[in-house]
Design a binder for this molecule. Structure first.
Ligand code: ADP
Ligand code: MG
Length: 399
């Protein structure tokens, strides 16, 4: 990797300001899902074991510059303390005398968590004075928050403009796995793209078009492609103003010799709700008053047959309305198939957001080559964009 990491400096005795992504669900004052906290443990432990003084900072939710009691990070500090088996104090505010004092008293091998950064509007505004105040807490900066690396905020861009900036171990894992897809994927390389809308995935499709051998397209966005091919999709989610984009993508794929596999059969439902009447129809027979809610079994079989040949697969976006369990068969089949495919020695990366939720729900996350912790960030990465929070980290060549 061309970015310097925590392994490229000596943490002993240093105050290290670490941006983590502790944006976790909190219910009744307790952390409901600690996946993101666990994901940051390797970096935190690495620094603590080597005598670093670790100052953690994160956002939680969208308090928009105001103190919101339910968005306090105390429950996170509590959970992190349990995982690390040590005290993790949480300050009452990211700024102020009390916080400066607590940071100053940190000893080697101790850790502290700053209160929710987004209680200050200055965080998202990337206010230079706020960045300077945060930077004063550390001698070195580490970013392990891949999930916010696509945002240019004080804690992701402002602080690393001031302090020497390194990638954390999670950040490194994300960059290595995602850039391998874009730079030298083992061929054949396939992208499975689903989700609600074409509009959100056009840039990914266009960028991956130059890299992949074939696409599998499902989910709500497939409807727009089906219309582009002359089918009608009844009451299904459809972006009428994107049909031309879909046609353009189909034409570009044809020109490049990139195959696009679309569903051939579809699960349609009278309503997109639990318990609604539903049936399987071929794509050219979607009834007028029904909605496409999932890919059908023939599509799943065809997708799997094609993907079986792929040495590298990236998956982004569920293939149906998987939140309604009856309409989640296509997504669950894909998750199970790709899990087996990864375990058979192929590279399979799941890129963030709802597709990751589907994989985690089935407890299959561990079986994949990589499951990204960033929704929007992984999407922007796959679009080929440079993420500001990564760009700002020190380059190996320049060191
Ligand atoms: P990701 O977060 O993995 O990138 P998206 O956010 O793009 O995925 O899309 C996820 C959403 O797409 C889910 O809420 C799912 O219900 C919805 N979806 C999938 N298939 C359909 C469909 N056929 N009709 C409507 N919505 C769909
Ligand atoms: Mg999503």
């Amino acid at each position: 990797m061309d970015k310097l990491t925590v392994r490229d400096f000596d943490p002993a005795g240093k105050r290290i300001l670490v941006r983590v992504d502790f944006n976790v669900p909190i219910e009744d004052g307790k952390v409901k899902d600690d996946t993101r906290i666990r994901a940051s443990l390797p970096t935190i432990r690495y620094l603590l074991e080597r005598g670093g003084r670790v100052v953690l900072m994160s956002h939680l939710g969208r308090p928009n510059g105001k103190v919101i009691e339910s968005a306090r990070l105390r429950p996170v500090a509590q959970r992190l303390g349990e995982l690390l088996r040590m005290a993790v104090p949480c300050t009452g505010d990211a700024l102020g005398i009390g916080t400066e004092d607590a940071v100053g008293r940190l000893k080697n091998g101790q850790v502290l968590l700053l209160e929710n950064l987004r209680f200050h509007a200055a965080e998202e505004a990337n206010d230079p004075a706020f960045a300077k105040a945060l930077a004063a807490y550390g001698e070195v900066y580490v970013n392990d928050a891949f999930g916010t690396a696509h945002r240019a905020h004080a804690s992701t861009v402002g602080v690393p403009q001031i302090l020497p900036a390194f990638a954390g171990l999670l950040m490194e894992r994300e960059i290595v796995n995602l850039s391998r897809l874009l730079e030298n994927p083992e061929k054949p390389f396939a992208a499975v793209i689903g989700g609600a809308k074409v509009s959100g995935k056009i840039k990914v499709l266009e960028h991956l078009m130059e890299k992949v051998d074939f696409f599998v397209i499902g989910g709500g966005m497939a409807n727009t492609f089906l219309v582009a091919q002359g089918h009608s999709v009844g009451k299904s989610l459809l972006e009428k103003d994107r049909v031309e984009d879909a046609q353009r993508i189909l034409a570009a794929a044809e020109e490049r010799g990139v195959r696009i596999l679309l569903p051939t059969d579809i699960v349609v439902a009278k309503e997109v709700t639990r318990g609604a009447e539903h049936k399987i129809v071929p794509v050219h027979k979607i009834p007028n008053s029904w909605s496409a809610v999932d890919v059908g079994p023939a599509s799943t079989a065809a997708f799997e047959a094609a993907l079986a040949e792929a040495r590298t697969v990236v998956w982004n976006g569920p293939l149906g309305v998987f939140e309604v369990p009856t309409f989640g068969d296509g997504t669950r089949s894909m998750a199970r198939f790709l899990s087996r495919h990864a375990q058979a020695g192929n590279t399979v990366v799941v890129g963030g957001g709802d597709s990751v939720a589907a994989v985690e729900e089935l407890k299959l996350a561990e079986t994949f080559t990589h499951v990204s912790t960033g929704g929007g960030a992984s999407l922007e990465f796959l679009e080929g964009q440079e993420l500001p929070g990564i760009a700002i980290l020190r380059d190996r060549a320049a060191a």
